[in-house]
Design a protein around this ligand. Sequence first.
Ligand code: ADP
Ligand code: MG
Length: 200
Amino acid sequence: MAFPLEPLLDTVSERIIAASDELTALDSAIGDADHGLNMKRGFEAVQAERSNILAKPPGEALKAIGMTLVMKVGGASGPLYGTLFMTLGKELPAEPTVADAGRALQAAVLALKARGKAEIGNKTMLDVLSPVANHLASGQASLASTRALAAECAQATVPLKAARGRASFLGERSIGHMDPGARSSEIMIAAICDVLEQGT
Ligand code: ADP
Ligand code: MG
């Protein structure tokens, strides 16, 4: 699998920035109405560093994206997505197969779980990232099946009761709303699948 860093970086940034209002609306239902703004600020900062990031080899570029998110995003999602990208940068080999990408994402999910002290089913971004990582690592994944799984898993956070993050303060009242971080993870995964599909 080639690693088209430039279109990946730009498409993920564009889609997240464009989804800012939607993500903020989801966070206004079960959080503090800032997830879209946090993510927009983070990816605008990544875009401001674009030329420095693109000059690096893919692993170092992913680490730089993670560092930027940690530094620029207020809120829980900055350090969490930062940890995800930094670990991906550390674990992804230079010419990754789909299964390599899955194993790197599995390692990143473990780091994210440790950082946020969260488990699968707590109604967080992990509920999308973890099944997608396992699917990719299985060696059976297609771009279409990966995109569909991410969408299904984000949707499946709706009936869950939040056990981590601000939404957990709502208890039962968090039920019936999609988790904002699960949706931002779905958007990033769909963006990556779309870019890789264009390259095939
Ligand atoms: P904040 O909750 O600080 O306002 P954001 O609104 O930007 O930060 O991000 C909220 C999202 O972060 C949630 O929807 C959830 O997916 C994710 N999240 C929050 N806490 C955790 C955690 N401990 N582990 C994993 N993900 C978490
Ligand atoms: Mg929030």
